[in-house]
Write a protein that binds this ligand. Structure first.
Ligand code: C2O
Ligand code: CU
Length: 527
């Protein structure tokens, strides 16, 4: 009971409430009954520049999609699209076994949906416009309801015109607390993202200043003015350098919250990549373990130090460390990008004197290698067993009519060939990246898969279970899963520029009948 209370306070202090250094005494007087209201107000700016991520613990939540403005970097306020007025939206925390109800209200000028990234929800709750539901129109509501059976770190985001809607900020974290999970003293969630400081990726008319060949300025000025695949996202996909502000929980540089700890605390950090670039996250000053990836536990993880976590779009990593090195320590992005300097957060020990730790972001450190991390254990699948269905997905980049497109087996969505299965099938998929320079973090909806091999070599350590797997140029992975969740499911690259320019397919159960009827007037944009 006491531990539980402490945990909650840690969450309140760490994420929701304020946390300027030295304010930690304030927590004692906080009314933690606020924690259990599903519908409390979004915390407003307390110091004129800090918006905190609210944590809601309940099993019923209200999320309102609404436009706002947010100071992303010092002096840089951008127009954003939010759930409940801040980016990220509130963290939704539930307990394993809870039936979760989320009432979405759309106060934006464009239709939206919510997808529960990684959560094996029933198909009708997956939030895919035109596939599982009609996009929720301005002024309308939709209720998502599902049972949260699998504990872990997940996230939610709009899946309507998602390359643009995620970019504008329509996302938040979703945590399912396990029934028997070890309690930690501090539980922090860091959502990583990238922004365009000119705001060009976020305004309907923003494309006018960009001059890409092959773009017809008259007809493509609005991302939603066309039939589904927006020209702008295709051409923007080529130039990721426009993302010049990197953020943690919607904040860059000195605006990023600090992470208070006490000596002896057991600290969990949940990393979630909501952006379209990979980040190389380095924890300074501490040994740590990677407890889970994509919410799924790693068997007997070994202790690491000064390894970076290479986190690709859509992926999650839960790391844990013991706060045994008093002082102030950075967690920072080591990726080779000028904007990485904004993706930096300070762990501050109670009573520690100010800023002593230095960035070493230019140092090249070895990345944690999940293909040989942790200890072998019981697995569902092996490379050589018989599978009911076997597929290959050849991921590639091509030019078509002057635009770069991203293909699966030579085709772009919606012309890609779906993977078809029946309930109970065992399915093996070979993912091959033949693109020269693009990573393809592939995300399968509604299922977890086991990673069996990389470049022909079987995995050596812990079984690795994921829903998003980054396949780098020239790499080949074999994955396997059981077709245990009937429906029509997206399988796509989570660099959503690639998805909107073709790299999407579906996993279709031939023995599944949907009663969903797509409304041709809903403006559904599933990718
Ligand atoms: Cu995180 Cu299909 O999405
Ligand atoms: Cu891709």
């Amino acid at each position: 009971m006491k531990l539980n209370w402490k945990l909650k306070i840690a969450i309140v202090v760490g994420i929701f409430s304020l946390v300027l250094a030295g304010c930690s005494d304030a927590m004692g007087s906080m009314d933690h009954s606020k924690m259990s209201t599903g519908n409390s107000e979004t915390p407003k700016t307390t110091d004129g520049k800090t918006v905190k991520t609210e944590v809601l613990t309940s099993n019923e939540f209200n999320l309102t999609a609404v436009a706002s403005n947010q100071e992303i970097a010092p002096g840089k306020t951008l127009p954003v699209w939010t759930f409940n007025n801040s980016v990220p939206g509130p963290q939704l925390r539930v307990k394993q076994g809870d039936t979760v109800k989320v009432n979405l209200k759309n106060e934006l000028s464009e239709p939206v949906t919510i997808h529960w990234h990684g959560v094996p929800v029933p198909n009708a709750m997956d939030g895919i416009p035109g596939v599982t539901q009609n996009a929720v129109q301005p002024g309308e509501t939709f209720t998502y309801e599902f049972k949260a059976d699998v504990p872990g770190t997940y996230w939610y985001h709009s899946h309507q015109d998602s390359v643009n809607q995620l970019d504008r900020g329509l996302y938040g974290s979703f945590i399912v607390e396990g029934k028997n999970e070890d309690k930690v003293d501090r539980d922090y969630t860091l959502m990583l993202d990238e922004w365009v400081s000119s705001g060009m990726n976020m305004s309907d008319s923003g494309m006018s200043g960009m001059n890409h060949s092959g773009m017809n300025m008259d007809s493509s000025s609005s991302p939603s003015s066309e039939n589904g695949m927006s020209n702008n996202s295709m051409t923007m996909g080529d130039d990721m350098s426009m993302y010049d502000l990197f953020t943690i929980n919607g904040k860059s540089g000195s605006l990023v919250d600090q992470l208070p700890v006490k000596e002896g605390d057991k600290v969990r950090i949940r990393l979630i990549n909501a952006g379209y670039l990979s980040h190389q996250i380095h924890l300074h000053g501490h040994e740590f373990k990677v407890m889970a990836t994509d919410g799924q536990p790693i068997n007997n993880p070994s202790v690491l130090k000064d390894n970076i976590i290479n986190i690709a779009p859509g992926e999650r990593y839960d790391i844990e460390f013991v706060a045994n090195n008093p002082g102030q320590w950075l967690i920072e992005d080591h990726s080779d990008n000028k904007a990485a300097s904004g993706m930096k957060e300070t762990i501050v020990y109670e009573g520690a004197s100010a800023g002593s730790d230095q960035s070493n972001a230019s140092e090249k450190l070895a990345a944690v290698d999940l293909t040989r991390y942790g200890q072998a254990g019981k697995t569902s699948f092996t490379l050589n067993q018989k599978y009911t269905m076997e597929y290959t997905m050849d991921l590639n980049t091509e030019m078509q009519d002057g635009n770069t497109v991203y293909t699966i087996n030579g085709k772009t969505f919606p012309n890609t060939d779906a993977l078809t299965v029946k309930k109970g099938d065992t399915v093996k998929v070979r993912l091959v990246n033949n693109s020269k320079t693009n990573d393809h973090p592939m995300h399968l909806h509604g299922h977890f898969f086991q990673v069996l091999s990389k470049n022909g070599k079987p995995l050596e350590g812990s079984p690795i279970i994921k829903d998003t797997l980054n396949v780098k140029p020239g790499e080949e992975y074999v994955i396997a899963f059981e077709a245990d969740n009937p429906g029509n499911w997206m399988f796509h690259c989570h660099d959503l520029h690639h998805a909107s320019a073709g790299m999407v397919t579906e996993l279709k159960y031939t023995d599944f009948k949907t009663d969903f009827v797509a409304d041709p007037n809903a403006g559904n944009m599933p990718e």
